[in-house]
Design a protein around this ligand. Structure first.
Ligand SMILES: Nc1ncnc2c1ncn2[C@@H]1O[C@H](COP(=O)(O)OP(=O)(O)OP(=O)(O)O)[C@@H](O)[C@H]1O
Length: 228
């Protein structure tokens, strides 16, 4: 499903963020990406949704080799990938409904179909009653649930999350994790970079540890493995 073969990433400033990464992630897996600050976790994630391109090596998502696709085709691969960020990245002047609908409108759906799909995902994340609210009227956990709704509204095969609980208190974080587990239970692949030892050691999943741009550990039901 997601295959990286001998992937290197050196940024324009000469920093090598990934240094020969090989990985194979199956459809439906839930994978944590762990490692010290600056290890290359965000870079790993950005390569999957083609926010960055590898300097060397190949990345294959499903049947598509990202190296072969033209720039104008990038939005098509992104339909299969939902992304959730630490800082939510919601549009502040748009309602919850509009923030989620926006992701669909981009690909020219009819208004009726948009309404149905947006209300369905708001129900999945438990925010149907907040559809008219602005992001500023919501708690951090609720804002993150909106961003999860936005990520899954197109029914992507993969959801990628870069420290999705990084700005949230522990109680709220467990709620967000429950939502990710529910999405994963429907067959969606989840790839989550996290610094949360508690989460990784409690909700056991595959753990890929990156250090100095290299995968140093890859274990099913692994541990976080670092002291914080
Ligand atoms: N756009 C960029 N331009 C230049 N260097 C970058 C860029 N993005 C990241 N880097 C560098 O690449 C290395 C890996 O960064 P990356 O953000 O992937 O690490 P990370 O493991 O996600 O860190 P953190 O846990 O702190 O978020 C770091 O040395 C970082 O400074």
């Amino acid at each position: 499903m997601i295959l990286m073969k001998d992937v290197y990433k050196t940024y324009d400033n000469g920093v090598t963020a990934l240094n020969g990464v090989n990985v194979d992630i199956e459809q439906g897996e839930f994978v944590y990406i762990v490692g010290p600050s600056g290890a290359g976790k965000s870079t790993f994630i950005k390569l999957i949704y083609r926010e960055e391109k590898p300097t060397k090596g190949s990345i294959i998502i499903g049947d598509t080799d990202l190296g072969d696709i033209k720039e104008r085709k990038v939005p098509y691969i992104r339909r299969d990938i939902g992304v959730v960020f630490q800082d939510f990245k919601l549009l502040p002047k748009m309602s919850v409904y509009e923030n989620v609908a926006f992701a669909l409108e981009v690909i020219e759906e009819s208004p009726k179909s948009i309404r149905k799909q947006v209300m369905e995902v708001l129900e999945v994340v438990g925010l149907k009653n907040k559809a008219r609210s602005l992001p500023s009227e919501l708690s951090g956990g609720e804002q993150q649930r909106v961003s999860i709704a936005r990520a899954i509204v197109n029914h992507p095969k993969i959801v990628i999350a870069d420290e999705p609980t990084g700005n949230l208190d522990p109680d709220t974080s467990w709620g967000i994790m429950k939502t990710f587990e529910e999405i994963n239970a429907r067959g969606t692949t989840i790839i989550m970079a996290t610094h949360s030892k508690e989460i990784v050691n409690t909700i056991k999943k595959r753990v890929i540890a990156i250090e100095g741009g290299m995968i140093v550990r890859d274990e099913q039901r692994g541990e976080y493995g670092y002291e914080i």
